[in-house]
Design a protein around this ligand. Structure first.
Ligand SMILES: Nc1ncnc2c1ncn2[C@@H]1O[C@H](COP(=O)(O)OP(=O)(O)O)[C@@H](O)[C@H]1O
Ligand SMILES: [Mg+2]
Length: 276
């Protein structure tokens, strides 16, 4: 049987919560730990491409990719960091959901596309745009591990509740859903209260919380991962701790099924009908 690349999605319906920052730092750490890693910038705004000093593309064409007329490996660019490649953002990705909707199995296209990476990479990180669309559904179906940065607020907690309910309703017992708190302001008592009540309700929220730090914000000026060049600042340590915690929890975190019982609706991991 063919090996399957491990797919990590960093996603949240909200923007500005630290998705791109997280995807870039974790992908770097994954590569540094020895797994050949690819970061796919799915956001047409190209935040991850910018942080990794990549060139945004204009010809990748979501339409051709989804139609199977172009394969992902053709679009990969090196980042200059050992073991880490980038699939740069493309302006056409703003219409990704429209292109997906044109296919016969619209929710499974991303998983199908990822098959071309299977022999090339050990880890694929998806940096997702904000919003909820057919693209987000594709991402949830394709991912092995879903990493959700949460800024402590009542709306974020509601979103996590809905996400857990969705994943359970779909019967995706093989998915590891790993929310963590991001951009936490230690001085705000509301943040502490919300984090405490959310952890009581969802024990699956990771213990590592990423604080609001200017050192992290400055990544957008320095344009490199926090741990690049063996840097060992506080912020680099926090993301390393987050990565190690993810590695410990990346086997399914939700409603583990009894070993002998098959998953209610196992997600397709094998063969797909040809595109079209
Ligand atoms: N922990 C943090 N502390 C301070 N600034 C942060 C932190 N995480 C992200 N930022 C900054 O907040 C902004 C949004 O982060 P980003 O990762 O682009 O979020 P998203 O991808 O969810 O839109 C960026 O300017 C980024 O540098
Ligand atoms: Mg982003």
């Amino acid at each position: 049987m063919l090996r399957r690349v491990r797919i990590y999605a960093v996603t949240n319906i909200k923007g500005g919560v630290g998705k791109t920052t997280t995807a870039v730092n974790l992908a770097y750490l994954s590569a540094a730990s020895g797994a050949r890693t690819l970061l796919w910038d799915l956001d047409s705004q190209g935040g991850a491409t910018y942080l990794l000093r990549g060139e945004p593309q204009e010809h990748a064409s979501a339409k051709k990719l989804v139609a199977g007329k172009r394969e992902l490996p053709e679009l990969v660019a090196p980042t200059g960091y050992a073991g880490l490649d980038l699939l740069p953002a493309d302006f056409s990705y703003r219409n990704f959901a429209v292109r997906l909707a044109e296919r016969r199995h619209p929710a499974e296209q991303l998983l199908r596309m990822s098959r071309s990476l299977r022999e090339l990479y050990g880890a694929l990180f998806l940096d997702c745009p904000a919003g909820i669309s057919l693209l987000s559904e594709n991402v949830l179906r394709a991912a092995d591990v879903v990493i959700v940065p949460l800024v402590p607020s009542p709306l974020s907690i509601r979103m996590v509740r809905e996400l857990y309910a969705f994943v359970i309703a779909e019967g995706w017992t093989d998915l590891a859903l790993l929310p963590f708190f991001s951009m936490v302001d230690r001085r705000r008592s509301l943040h502490h209260e919300l984090m405490e009540s959310a952890r009581a309700e969802f024990p699956g929220i990771l213990r590592t919380a990423v604080p609001y730090r200017s050192e992290i914000e400055r990544m957008s000026v320095r344009r490199e991962p926090l741990s690049a060049g063996s840097r060992t600042g506080d912020a680099a340590r926090i993301y390393t701790q987050l990565w190690l915690e993810i590695l410990r929890h990346e086997s399914p975190a939700i409603a583990p099924a009894p070993a002998e019982a098959p998953a209610a609706h196992p997600r397709p991991a094998g063969e797909f009908p040809p595109p079209g």
